[in-house]
Design a protein around this ligand. Sequence first.
Ligand code: HT7
Ligand code: ZN
Length: 864
Amino acid sequence: PPMILREDYRPFGWLVPNVRLDFTLGLAETTVRADLQVARNPAADSTPVLRLNGDGLNPLEVLVDGAVMNSWVMEGPDLLVTLPDDAHTVTITTRIDPAANSQLMGLYASGGMLCTQCEAEGFRRITFFPDRPDVLSTYRVRMTGPRADFPVLLSNGDLVGSGDGADGTHWAEWHDPWPKPSYLFALVAGDLMVQRDSFTTMNGREVDLGIYVRAEDEGRTDHAMQSLKRSMKWDEEVFGREYDLGIFNIVAVSDFNMGAMENKGLNVFNTKYVLADPDTATDGDYDAVEGVIAHEYFHNWSGNRITCRDWFQLSLKEGFTVLRDQLFSQDMGSAPVKRIEDVRVLRSVQFPEDSGPLSHPIRPDSFREISNFYTATVYNKGAEVIRMMRTMAGPERFRAGCDLYFQRHDGEAATCEDFVRAMEDGAGLDLRQFRRWYSQAGTPQVRVAVASVEGGVELTLSQTTPATPGQEGKQAVPIPLKLALHDRATGTLGEETLLMLTGAEQRVTLPHDGDAPVLSVNRGFSAPVVIRRDLAPDDLVFLAARDDDPFARYEAMQDLVVGHLLSAVRGEAPEKWGAEGGRAAIRDVLATVLADDGIDDLMRGELLILPGETYLAEQLPVADPGRIHTAREALKGWLGQALEGEFLALHHRASRVGNGFDAEAKGARKVKTQALVFLAAGNPGLAAELATAQYDASCEPGGTMTDRQGGLLVLAGLDSPARTARLLDFYNRHQDNPLVIDKWFSLQAQSLHRNALAHVQALAQHPDFTLRNPNRARSLFMAFVGNANAFHAPGGEGYRMIADTVLALDPLNPQTAARFVPPLGRWRRIEPGRAALMREQLERIAAAPRLSRDTFEQVSRSLG
Ligand code: HT7
Ligand code: ZN
């Protein structure tokens, strides 16, 4: 497959101002008649040839200005039509089979309904079209189908007509007045229930809201609806963005490749991010629903009103929208906790991506398959890059920059450069050097050294970015670092300041009165970098227990544990990291955290999370996953024993808090299961009893899925007679709810049980398991990949199982298959024995015939 280059961008030769689509719907046969009004693009090189992208289509008929034309040609999957004049109407008829569409791109059948997914290049699987984001058209869509099968007929924009047809059919016609690229087109037809509501915009316009689900999911959309209304209000208040149609619909489908899709006026969602009720959704699920609903809604401005010129600019809409949804969630709940959660995702997913073979800038320079670039780098690092601009400008000037961007580029297909320029002009920032964050891949490493000088301290800061594939030499990037100098002896906390590190090395002197300065740096995670600082354990203990920045407390706690564990993994003498090899200090800080009335349980829960095994592996040039797992479990067990009384008391206290959805109840549930996690490592017998009791209590009326899942996850890792009984109970209780059965697969795949790998092998044969449903495939195999100890089984069985999954899934759903390749691609950073086994599996995949473009690209980059 060819490599597509960012620098090769050229405007399309033709404009397509208006599109009319006429669908005759059937699950196994849908006919599409597309009328494209086309005109030569004065801003492009003139060409009489209109290239219309297709993917697996045959034109049944081609008309130009109403007359049959036979001189069209196919070039690969594309249709080429040569047009004599400057403006024409081109009409093309195609026929597709949605039921056979297992890729879930284009028009496909899911549970008896029809729905579409067109981003990035799915529209070309429906009809021939210039399927690129810089061709904007208004759409008029007519659908006809059997009323009994498809009582609900939806598309983008406003409903402009509907009626009955012959033989039990009916039709509906929708018109979207806002010009949009083809990737935002959507159609849904099915037998669906709707929850309706309305929203009055800041200018007093009424918007009809609808959330459509299948009958069995009725009654589980209230949280999504409330989240939508909160999102609409927040976007008005914080970004000044008002909704621009009279209708906003959301449809939930159970077969979906990603989380959701922001189609104009008709968002299509994975059921996982719509449906929630206390008996079946965890607190994490509730938060995820709110976050994804917000994200897709916010795209209406950052993505739809202003879209991307080409797919290299994907972070223009995704990075910006992730930042917007993160800020929203910060405002809806606990801001520090949300920040810590977001940083944890960045460091456990994006940092490894950025230090491996798939590393790419947030604005990539090349790709073979764009679906492979919907990554944590484009999304999450992209959000961090814009967050840094906000930090440098402050919220008010940042808002002015956003306002200018929205005003300047409304209705356009824009670039990342346009965004940066609007920030320069609107927020008054000089971003000349900052642009390197868009072009340079890799995570900057910042070394910080502190020396006492007369009247203060001298900081020496230096930065380097390791080489990444195709980018050997790196330049310094501007790094905004929030910092404060505290005094350990007196306990005085210093004022926060913002320092810009712009060069490769920089020295700064900061005033400080006391004798024991402790530097708190990258507070709030002001920059997406790795900080290397040589802080003594005592200083980390001080920061973990006392810093006024919650993120800095979390960070110090993490550093303390990382220091101890890496020392243990390297086999260093325990004294190197303080008494008991640092364990005593960790125990004491944890005890302080457990007793600290100044923080709530949601925050306490964050401070109790030990760094994950992937994050720990990331700290080493070459890691032995087995040693990391052993060291981490040993620490957990030691802490579980050393603080058994405290964890028991915590579990007891938290169990007495009610089942509500306020912060107190959510916090209690969070620390309750965390207490169990430590106890399970320290005293498995006792933990099994408590986990069983927690599970059983959660099955009483009013009990929550958070407690049920938490108890069962811990129990699944232990050898207890209750294990099998409760797993069976959970299955029987929820067997009719696919999203909960996904949890059942996941928690067994994630469990710390020594036979987890064999359990996953057996579960893959379970009658409820299928690779055809992406949620189910991910629930078992992605959860398994996240279980580092099981995935990295020394004999390579885990690697083989994932390679088998890729090979089985690739012909069905290449996008989902390709997402299982990156875990194997980490082989260079794993000890040689396992690395060889990982590589062997990548080579086995590479050797398979007829590999998809998606999987081929990921495997070849991983081996490269
Ligand atoms: N913008 C949406 C991307 C998306 C997608 C991409 C490829 C294949 C399937 C997909 N479904 C949705 C999601 C978002 O970021 O909002
Ligand atoms: Zn998005």
